[in-house]
Design a protein around this ligand. Structure first.
Ligand SMILES: Nc1ncnc2c1ncn2[C@@H]1O[C@H](COP(=O)(O)OP(=O)(O)O)[C@@H](O)[C@H]1O
Ligand SMILES: O=C(O)C1=C[C@@H](OP(=O)(O)O)[C@@H](O)[C@H](O)C1
Length: 310
């Protein structure tokens, strides 16, 4: 079976009549009643194609439509569940992850990376594949503080308070086993947090800023308070702020035991996994220093982790 990937297609900021959307079957695009009443909508369309499986069959799998009105984003819509889009990627990630499971010896995996790099998305898939539990450190902080969102915590108590709670959450997790932890994008800035994350294996999901800004534009900035107060259109806002944060943080991300570049975990280029030369002996070479439990010197085949030693 052949699996090729067509490039992502983007048609940005086009004006179209709302009634044209209204004629589509409701399962095709989901609209709120309020949106349907708007006369004209400014839409950003990002289309993603399924892999071509044979010569005759290729289909548009899913596409996201992000709508804005009067320059403020009002909604992001998806043709179908985004999970569909990740199905092929998830399968490959699962297969590859299962190969590394025996070498982990129960150590937690900490996913680090900028906001939108996919720590939560990838983390959930990974945890299922290796039969670990999944934990989002932001969610742990929210539960601890008794608030429903990080945005609310920032608003009521400020960033410093959130950072202290984040450190506490990582400290709690550091005595656990068999967890894939999606850390907050800023967790890497405190040395103390690294002390806790070093109890497990840290993996940096390294995604280009342009891609991050696209993803964040699609879902909006409301849940990410550090991106929510910039001026300008949604993409520029996200890109500008992400660039400033990355400038301050990139050295800290390099502390991670392994780096996975976007080309490996992007659904559009997931065939990268299948290249025969991507067979790094990641655990033995790069992680053995952190835990003697990685005793085996046999070559492992874990193409999902194109790792670079820190
Ligand atoms: N590999 C990927 N390719 C394309 N989009 C992705 C990928 N991983 C995540 N996303 C999308 O990016 C957004 C942010 O992902 P998320 O997992 O919440 O990131 P994080 O937890 O790092 O902030 C979500 O809308 C998600 O669907
Ligand atoms: O980059 C950051 O400083 C932050 C990232 C967020 O987590 P995600 O990376 O999961 O979005 C969250 O912890 C908080 O809004 C701060």
């Amino acid at each position: 079976m052949e699996a090729n990937f067509a490039p992502r297609m983007q048609i940005s900021t086009t004006w179209i009549d709302a009634h044209k959307f209204a004629r589509k079957p409701s399962s095709f695009l989901r609209f709120s009643g309020r949106l349907r009443e708007q006369k004209r909508l400014q839409v950003f369309v990002s289309a993603q194609f399924r892999p071509v499986r044979d010569e005759n069959r290729h289909s548009l799998d899913s596409f996201e439509v992000s709508c804005s009105y009067n320059n403020s984003q009002v909604s992001t819509l998806e043709s179908e569940s985004l999970q569909d889009l990740f199905d092929d990627e998830a399968l490959i990630l699962k297969n590859k992850s299962q190969e590394i499971e025996p070498y982990l010896n129960g150590r937690c995996i900490y996913l680090v990376g900028m906001m939108g790099s996919g720590k939560t998305t990838v983390g959930k898939i990974l945890s299922q594949a290796i039969h670990y539990s999944f934990c989002d450190s932001d969610t742990l902080v929210e539960k601890d503080v008794g608030m429903t969102s990080v945005a609310e915590i920032f608003e009521k108590h400020g960033e410093g308070f959130f950072r202290d709670k984040e450190t506490e959450a990582l400290e709690k997790l550091s005595i656990e086993h068999r967890y894939v932890v999606s850390t907050g994008g800023g967790a890497v800035i405190r040395d103390e947090n690294w002390m806790y994350m070093r109890k497990g294996i840290s993996v940096w999901l390294d995604v280009p800023l342009e891609e991050l800004a696209q993803r964040i534009m699609a879902v909006g900035t409301k849940s990410r308070p550090l991106l929510d107060n910039e001026q300008g259109d949604a993409y520029t806002k996200a890109f500008r702020r992400l660039s400033a944060l990355f400038e301050k943080r990139h050295k800290a991300y390099e502390n991670a035991d392994a780096r996975i570049p976007a080309s490996v975990h992007s659904p559009m280029q997931v065939n990268h996994f299948q290249r025969p030369h991507l067979q790094p002996a990641f655990l033995e070479q790069n992680l053995g220093t952190h835990n003697n439990a990685v005793a085996s010197k046999e070559t492992t085949s874990i193409g999902a982790f194109e790792a670079q030693a820190s």
